[in-house]
Design a binder for this molecule. Structure first.
Ligand code: M6R
Length: 612
């Protein structure tokens, strides 16, 4: 939700900021802007539309010379996308400029107070109130002023601030919205996410909540809200800069789908012990003894979107393999439903970004109630990773496309590992069964590779459905979990209406929507449920549906009842989601491409949802 980049150093700031923003466009892309100090004053340029528009009107930054500046790419919350609502926002004199990611929750009352003092507002944003508050309190000391303003503000923020009379400095602050600070021989940077500055540096500082940073060309100081200087350790980012580039693929989403075999390998192999006859799952990050693991009586999984879908799969797999009761909640529901967390329960939050506001709030709520929280997180150093009691990283690397693919697959891998670990310590799996599961787990990367090889076949099929009005996804048990994800993938990038249903539930209402030619994607990977699925397929076919089945190679009977079959290789029934998702991702991707949609940046969405 909004991307921030700031730079101060020896180089021209505007081109560095534009380049950084281009790596953050996945966070928001309805307008963009920059404020640059030109040696005398702050000059601001903003434009509605994609970053390209800003690049064009500033000729790639050339028309805004200067070596310090801040920039922003917006995902509208308060006020529609427009030039006026784009950031940076300034005070009336144009001497203070602010970029903001987050929400100022008490902005209405603050705005009224500032209006009563004679301040006039040019935008509908919550952010503009900050520029005027800074102006109101400013007596020449930026740090003191920022602290005073932030003490009056409720909500979340990552901020970049410039004061024209302090040209050698950039100020930054954060609370509940991500912000990192980078350092290199060229100068210092602020950014919402690592890819924005990876080209220039790998040395970063992860800002903590309610911390303020002052960047002065070559040195950086951090302060608490009490104006005390804080000592911070830098971290080194170990990604390859290419990881955040398209590398010849038409879209990030396609590239990221193709990275799934490696992602699984990276997430699984460091945690699998299979040597000298010894077989185990080793998750050191859990920081729990076998006894503590055995004492877990219930698991609550909390997440949003696709991460929630990985959690739904987790419920089936953990209950099946480890026989632990699991509840799965959408984080936005969990945090307000006063959940009953009984003794012996463990909370698992799943998040690619590690910054999703609702998931973070659920984590804090659980910790406040005294429960242990495990985070399954992709972004190293993110808020959830740092605030969870333990963090199991999914080693998917940077995921840029808004629609998640490889991070989701890595989340599935993480829940398999946990389920097997719990099953092992609880003595539920016999050695032989454990060994068989381990063998299947290790085969997943190659099997995914194989399925990716079917892309042309899926593309041809997808091209027949470019004009579809509704597409349904049905499945039972674990296949229902994958239907949820397949349906979300399709609707978020192709804008075709789609719903996922537990197959047995269709006839309780939704089947009335099936018409001649409606596409129903039926996922059937659970041998124990083949016959039940066949009945459900026959039911929708009787109402005119065209059925695409995703099923196991052995299930040849499916060919007789469905119109089009995609087969997945053999694996344990608990792991089939990792394979069945591949044709569904490819299908969604090619439908979206065929419809001319902006696959990597679907309308109205942002990669990291840092607002409620
Ligand atoms: O970063 P997170 O995993 O916490 O994000 C959760 C959802 O916002 C995310 O999975 C979203 O649903 C994706 N657009 C799905 O492709």
């Amino acid at each position: 939700m909004c991307g921030i980049v700031g730079y101060i150093g020896k180089e021209q700031a505007a081109s560095i900021i534009l380049d950084g923003l281009s790596k953050l466009e996945y966070r928001g892309y309805d307008s963009a802007g920059m404020a640059i100090f030109d040696g005398e004053k702050l000059r601001t340029k903003k434009a509605i539309g994609r970053l390209k528009v800003l690049e064009n009107i500033t000729r790639g930054g050339e028309t805004l010379p200067g070596c310090s500046g801040i920039g922003h790419t917006r995902w509208a919350t308060h006020g529609a996308p427009s030039d006026k609502n784009a950031h940076p926002h300034t005070n009336a004199a144009g001497t203070i400029a602010v970029v903001h990611n987050g929400i100022i929750e008490n902005y209405i009352s603050l705005k009224k107070k500032m209006a009563d003092k004679g301040y006039s507002f040019v935008s509908e944003t919550d952010t503009e109130v900050l520029a005027h508050l800074l102006d109101y309190y400013y007596k020449g000391n930026p740090l003191e002023t920022i602290i005073r303003v932030l003490q009056r503000v409720e909500g979340s923020y990552a901020l970049g601030i410039l004061f024209a009379d302090h040209p050698g400095e950039i100020y930054a602050a954060r609370k509940d919205s991500p912000l990192i600070v980078g350092q290199s021989a060229l100068g210092c940077f602020i950014a919402s996410d690592v890819p924005a500055i990876l080209k220039y540096t790998r040395t970063v500082y992860y800002m903590d909540n309610q911390e303020i940073a002052v960047l002065r060309g070559e040195n950086i100081s951090f302060y608490s809200m009490d104006e005390e200087e804080v000592a911070k350790e830098s971290a080194t980012v170990d990604w390859d800069a290419d990881a955040a580039e398209k590398a010849g693929y038409e879209h990030f989403m396609l590239k990221e789908m193709y990275e799934q075999p490696r992602t699984l390998e990276d997430t699984l192999s460091p945690r699998i012990l299979d040597k000298d006859g010894e077989k185990d799952i080793v998750i050191e990050e859990l920081n729990m003894t076998a006894e503590e693991l055995r004492a877990v009586r219930k698991i609550h999984i909390v997440a949003c979107g696709s991460a929630y879908h990985a959690g739904v799969t987790g419920k089936y797999v953990l209950e099946e393999l480890a026989r632990i009761p699991v509840e799965v909640d959408l984080a936005s529901e969990f945090r307000y439903r006063n959940p009953l967390l009984e003794e012996g329960c463990m909370v698992i939050v799943i998040s690619q970004s590690g910054e999703t506001a609702d998931t973070l709030a659920a984590l804090r709520e659980s910790k406040a109630k005294g429960f242990r929280v495990l985070g399954i997180v992709n972004v190293v150093g993110s808020s959830i990773a740092r605030e969870a009691d333990a963090c199991l990283y999914t080693w998917a690397g940077p995921e840029i496309a808004v629609a998640t693919t490889k991070a989701y697959s890595a989340q599935l891998a993480a829940v398999y590992l946990l389920a097997m670990k719990f099953a092992r310590v609880r003595g539920i799996l016999a050695d032989r069964d454990f060994a068989a599961l381990l063998a299947d787990l290790k085969c997943l990367p190659d099997q995914i590779e194989l399925l990716l090889g079917q892309k042309q076949k899926i593309q041809r099929f997808a091209n027949r459905y470019l004009g579809a009005r509704d597409i349904f996804f049905i499945g039972r048990g674990i296949d229902y979990a994958i239907s949820l994800e397949g349906s979300l993938k399709l609707k978020e990038i192709s804008y075709i209406h789609s719903e996922a249903y537990a197959a047995g539930e269709m006839k309780h209402g939704t089947i009335s929507l099936i018409e001649d030619g409606t596409l129903v994607v039926a996922v059937s990977t659970q041998p124990a449920l083949y016959q039940k699925m066949i009945s459900n397929i026959v039911e929708v076919k009787a109402r005119g549906a065209f059925v695409m089945a995703v099923t196991n190679e052995e299930n040849r009977e499916m060919q007789k009842v469905s119109d089009y079959c995609v087969y997945i290789p053999e694996t344990h029934p608990c792991f089939t989601n990792s394979l069945a998702i591949i044709p569904l991702q490819l299908f969604a991707y090619y439908v979206a491409v065929g419809r001319g949609c902006d696959v990597d940046k679907p309308k109205n969405l942002a990669k990291s949802v840092t607002v409620e």
